[in-house]
Write a new protein. Structure first.
Ligand SMILES: [Mn+2]
Length: 567
């Protein structure tokens, strides 16, 4: 059950402390736990010098730097091994850029195939790397912390490994030269860095240590990669990450990477006005499409290349892959709809699978189905190693992780949170998988119910959405994890037009008369009964919405993005 709760109004004491700010900004800051002028200044104006911590505070950084320095000095063969997602790939690009900048060329970037290799460094992968590249050093990006066996195997070939990662360690650490990971130990003041963020710290440390033909601060140009990864990898946008995301977006808006420029142009995104949403909806999905469709190198080359022609080819190819990905997901959904239509009744939770489905694609299909059918959805496929893997999504009513916890024996592995998760099913349980989950769900009853409370930042009127309000809200961006996009409630709103638009009339638009800047409220891809109350011309409702500004087709637009419509 989803409910909304208005935040308590900013206290008198804090109001006085923050009196120099716009009233809405006072409330937004207060809602984010900020109560003093100093905290407010630090939040509103991130500072590169103040907010970035000393990279040498990260565990093993000293050892990592020494080992990499000696590899460069002796021109050893180095392999950069990165994860295939929108964190690992930008991280690999940062190392690529650093090595290129100092004229070190004896390295190869290896990115595993999601479908055949899976996540992390595997023993099999070490064998291949050893055979193909004969490196004496492997640097991991965004993985490695828990890959004890593979790293031991590397050791048996005389290959040193420097791990850079941000994933939680297990009881034992790998036998690597260095494991640079902010989640290990307590020396580093901020544990929320993403994988690319950790690589950035490594490059910072290497440059600080000096001896290279790179001026101090040159690494700032690679912050575009950190910005993309920090926003796409869903790490908290607080502390050091707020500065990395803030400056990352700044650099990204000016990035001279031909791949970025061409990708944005093809999507009609104005680079100079790019926001975190453009990373979430345009850049991220295309980087991820590459690995979901088997060619993570495409994404790496797109970001790394300095060649216009090559960039153009990669952008075109990624666009094609993204289209193919959508088609593949549509086929999966169609298959499911057909099966549902053929069965007598709708089960309480949807559990379906097909060995021909790709595990990398079922999560996106599960998202859609959970919304459409308003119940938890578990979908599985089979990967290139014959393993049954899948994803689950909740519609917001029941916790998918609680359901899995009730039948741990059917899984080889599972994890996640209330709203989404991933799993691999043991082969001997695959035929009874659906039944076992259904039974678990029925037995658990109310124990799996989740209360989803959306916090509303403030109550506003449409007339209050003026230039100074927009300026105030923008000071809190970029929004994401732990700094959610502000949500407002607008009481007594009466639309004078309600229109359905889009190819299949899948979007809804409300129009109002107001002296404020947002005359339209939009809901994209709305589903039947999505809103508590149906909007009608002339009927007064309360609107829960975000206030967004977007630069589209050469015009800066302000509008509301509808979250719900009540009473
Ligand atoms: Mn990551």
């Amino acid at each position: 059950m989803k409910t909304f709760e208005l935040r308590t109004p900013v206290s008198e004491e804090v109001k006085t402390a923050l009196s120099s700010y716009h009233p809405v900004l006072q409330q937004l800051l207060y809602n984010r736990g900020i109560t003093t002028t100093l905290e407010a200044q630090n939040f509103i104006f991130p500072s590169y010098e103040r907010d970035l911590h000393d990279p040498f505070l990260l565990p093993d950084m000293e050892k990592a730097v020494l080992r990499i320095q000696s590899a460069i000095l002796n021109n050893e063969k180095v392999v950069v091994f990165s994860d295939y997602d929108c964190d690992g790939i930008p991280g690999a690009v940062i190392l690529n850029d650093f090595f290129s900048a100092i004229g070190f060329t004896n390295f190869s970037t290896v990115i595993p195939h999601r479908h055949y290799d899976g996540f992390g460094l595997r023993v099999k992968t070490i064998e291949t790397i050893h055979k193909e590249y004969r490196p004496s050093l492997i640097i991991t990006v965004d993985c490695g912390t828990t890959d004890l066996e593979a790293i031991a195997r590397a050791g048996s070939y005389g290959i040193d490994v420097v791990v850079t990662d941000h994933h939680q360690p297990k009881a034992e650490l790998p036998n690597a030269v260095a494991v640079v990971n902010p989640s290990i130990g307590s020396t580093y003041p901020f544990s929320g860095l993403c994988g690319a963020g950790v690589v950035f710290k490594l490059v910072q440390a290497l440059i600080l240590r000096g001896g290279y033909e790179v001026p101090a601060g040159a690494e700032k140009w690679w912050l575009d990669m950190v910005g993309i990864a920090t926003i796409a990898d869903m790490v908290p946008l607080t502390g050091e990450n707020r500065a990395l995301a803030h400056f990352g977006l700044k650099v990204l808006r000016k990035s001279r990477r031909p791949g970025i420029q061409q990708l944005l142009r093809a999507q009609k995104v104005n680079q100079s006005y790019l926001t975190e949403d453009d990373i979430g909806f345009t850049i991220g999905p295309r980087i991820n499409a590459a690995s979901r469709m088997d060619t993570p190198e495409d994404a790496f080359q797109l970001l790394a290349t300095r060649d216009e022609g090559e960039a153009g080819a990669r952008v075109a190819h990624l666009e094609k892959l993204n289209g193919e990905r959508k088609t593949a997901i549509a086929l999966i959904t169609k298959d499911i709809h057909k099966r549902l239509a053929a069965s007598a009744d709708m089960p309480d939770i949807l559990v379906m699978g097909n060995p021909d489905w790709r595990p990398s694609l079922v999560g996106l299909a599960a998202n859609k189905l959970a919304e459409e059918h308003k119940r938890p959805v578990f979908l599985w496929g089979r990967d290139g190693n014959g393993e049954y893997k899948g994803s689950c999504r909740s519609d917001g009513t029941a916790s998918v992780v609680r359901i899995m916890e009730a039948v741990p024996d059917v899984f080889a592995e599972f994890g996640g949170h209330h709203f989404s998760g991933g799993f691999s099913v043991l082969a001997e349980h695959i035929h009874t998988f659906s039944e076992q989950l259904q039974n678990a769900f029925r037995t658990l009853g109310d124990a799996v119910a989740i209360q989803e409370v959306s916090l509303v930042d403030a109550a506003l009127t449409l007339d209050e959405i003026n230039a100074s309000f927009l300026e105030a809200q923008a000071l809190c961006a970029p929004f994401g994890m732990d700094n959610p996009k502000p949500l407002y409630i607008f009481h007594n709103v009466t639309p004078n037009a309600v229109t359905q638009f889009g190819k299949t009339k899948e979007h809804t638009k409300l129009t109002f008369s107001t002296t404020g800047k947002a005359r339209e409220a939009i809901a994209f891809f709305r589903l039947p009964e999505q809103f508590l109350v149906e909007p009608k011309v002339g009927y007064t409702v309360s609107l829960l919405a975000h206030v967004e500004q977007s630069f589209f087709m050469g015009r800066l637009d302000t509008r509301l993005r509808i979250v719900d419509i009540i009473d």
